[in-house]
Ligand binder design. Structure first.
Ligand code: PGA
Length: 255
């Protein structure tokens, strides 16, 4: 049984007071939900405050990125050790915006995954093709590349602690969601790759989220797909109304 996991990626939005208001509203709306792992990934400046405010709640805090070393002269970076200290439980790694604008590669993704696991944080590893790659029918090739190289030398035991997020880049922030069938096809492909890399039991235990314009009106159909175990939500996680609606609807349909 894979527990559904829904994470909100706030990206570079929300000041402290806006973020606190949103977190308090979500806590109030969602306190009864037990069958979904709920994660909020605010900007770094809010992590400690929100982790404190939500400490006794059913909502976990995650970061949107990390560096791979514990400390050092790396101006502007933040380490998994610091994220753990701030109260994080999850870390998004390899988001397409990091790959596209900040030079993230499979190699850095791989180092970050290992570093995060060392501190007992759960990596949410993002993979997915761009529009150009999709149009050239390269989706599976990109998934092969992101999965096999991003997860290089990760043991079976470590793999069981990782969450994958399939995020077709053409669906992020564009309002164009992948159809449930497209999401299922890609996510089944990812699970089959994991069977080849590990084994069926391991692959069957790993949670794969879908991300890209997830909204209250498409979450149910997405979650009905056998290989969709949750969602990574950007825009719709910025309001208490839409994010709590997504979670409540999910809570009613989960396997
Ligand atoms: P979106 O973003 O829901 O706004 O498309 C998803 C993401 O980037 O994780």
């Amino acid at each position: 049984m894979r527990k559904t996991i829904i994470a909100g990626n706030w990206k570079m939005y929300k000041t402290l007071s806006d973020g606190q208001e949103l977190a308090v509203a979500l806590r109030r709306e969602l306190y009864k939900i037990e069958n979904i792992d709920i994660v909020l990934c605010p900007p770094y400046t809010l992590l400690t405050y929100l982790a404190d405010a939500l400490e006794t709640s059913n909502i976990f805090i995650g970061a949107q990125d990390t560096y791979w070393l514990d400390e050092g002269a790396f101006t502007g970076e933040i380490s998994p050790k610091m994220l753990k200290d701030a109260g994080c439980k999850f870390v998004i790694i390899g988001h397409s915006e990091r790959r596209q604008y900040f030079g993230e590669t499979n190699e850095s993704v791989n180092k970050k995954i290992k570093a995060v696991l060392k501190h007992s944080l759960t990596p949410i590893v993002c993979v997915g093709e761009t529009l150009n790659e999709k149009e050239k029918n390269l989706t599976f090739k990109v998934l092969d590349d992101h999965i096999t190289n991003g997860l290089k030398d990760i043991s079976k035991e470590e793999m069981l602690k990782i969450v994958i997020a399939y995020e077709p880049v053409w669906a992020i922030g564009t309002g164009k969601t992948a159809t449930p069938e497209q999401a299922q096809e890609a996510q089944k492909y990812i699970r089959d790759l994991l069977i080849k890399m590990y084994n069926k039991d391991t692959a069957d235990a790993i949670r794969i989220q879908y991300g890209g314009s997830v909204k209250p009106d498409n979450i149910i159909q997405l979650l009905k797909q056998p290989d969709v175990d949750g969602a990574l939500v950007g825009g719709a996680s910025l309001s208490a109304e839409s994010f709590s609606e997504i979670i409540k609807k999910a809570s009613e349909v989960v396997k």
